[in-house]
Design a protein around this ligand. Structure first.
Ligand SMILES: [Zn+2]
Ligand SMILES: [Zn+2]
Length: 254
């Protein structure tokens, strides 16, 4: 009985072989990174801030917070990322975001699912794109990740609980404070969806944690709508040694 799927997989392998998501070399068994590229990706491991996931470059007790989270807690309860966003890792995300390499989504989602412990009643929500940007881009990379994560984690997925009201300017060249201002009122939970969010635990999914401003703005809106807690999960994370206070939106109402 195994022969048919095996044969089918073999034919698919011949037609569309598995490739390294970084250099594109053909891999034997499954999609992923080849042995040359794997050591180049700076996967984030402990120790890191218990709240925002900022990696510490020194040993510290489990549960420690970074200075920013101690001083001004963000609205999300935790944020975790698979790897640091740097020269070596950025092409993984840029290819996924801009060149329609969406076949990487299941692999990235499997990496991201491991960032959060198993739990019941979890709801995966992507950081939304404004509909005009979605129209031009044709897909929301955060939604692809969130959907695949929900599948692997056995969680619920929905892209309709959180919407982007305004088409915000691209965050690319903004400073941290400009980013906070830019996204401050951009998100909304539709009135008719609020009931379904009451008391839920949300996994908020995006491709990159840059300053945390977008994830924080989304988390604030979700908590206000009745969500119990928000855990942000991203593929990449910009790790800067001179981070400014990124949580300077009002303090968490929790
Ligand atoms: Zn490779
Ligand atoms: Zn922190």
């Amino acid at each position: 009985m195994q022969a048919v799927p095996f044969l089918f997989r073999s034919i698919v392998d011949l037609l569309i072989p598995y490739r390294c998501v970084k250099c594109g070399i053909i891999l034997e068994n499954e999609a992923g990174l080849c042995t040359s590229c794997w050591p180049l990706i700076p996967f984030i491991t402990k120790p890191y801030c218990e709240c925002c996931g900022l990696p510490f470059d020194f040993n510290i007790d489990e549960g420690a917070l970074c200075a920013l989270c101690s001083h001004s807690p963000p609205f999300f309860k935790t944020a975790r990322s698979v790897f640091s966003y740097c020269e070596e890792s950025k092409d993984l995300i840029l290819k996924f975001k801009h060149t329609d390499t969406i076949s990487s989504a299941p692999l990235f989602a499997r990496w991201m699912v491991r960032l959060h412990e198993k739990g019941e009643n979890l709801l995966c929500i992507p950081v939304p794109l404004h509909w005009t940007r979605l129209f031009m881009r044709t897909y929301n990379q955060a939604a692809l990740l969130a959907k695949a994560m929900a599948k692997y984690g056995g969680w619920e997925y929905s892209s309709s609980y959180l919407i982007r009201k305004y088409r915000t300017l691209s965050q690319g060249n903004f400073s941290k404070n400009e980013r906070i201002k830019n996204v401050k009122r951009a998100f909304e939970v539709p009135q008719k969806k609020k009931k379904q969010l009451l008391g839920r635990k949300v996994l908020l999914v995006d491709d990159v944690f840059t300053t945390g401003a977008t994830l924080n703005a989304c988390s604030k809106v979700l908590l206000k709508a009745g969500v119990l807690e928000v855990h942000a999960l991203t593929l990449g994370r910009v790790v800067s040694s001179n981070q400014l206070p990124l949580h300077s939106v009002e303090k968490a109402a929790r």
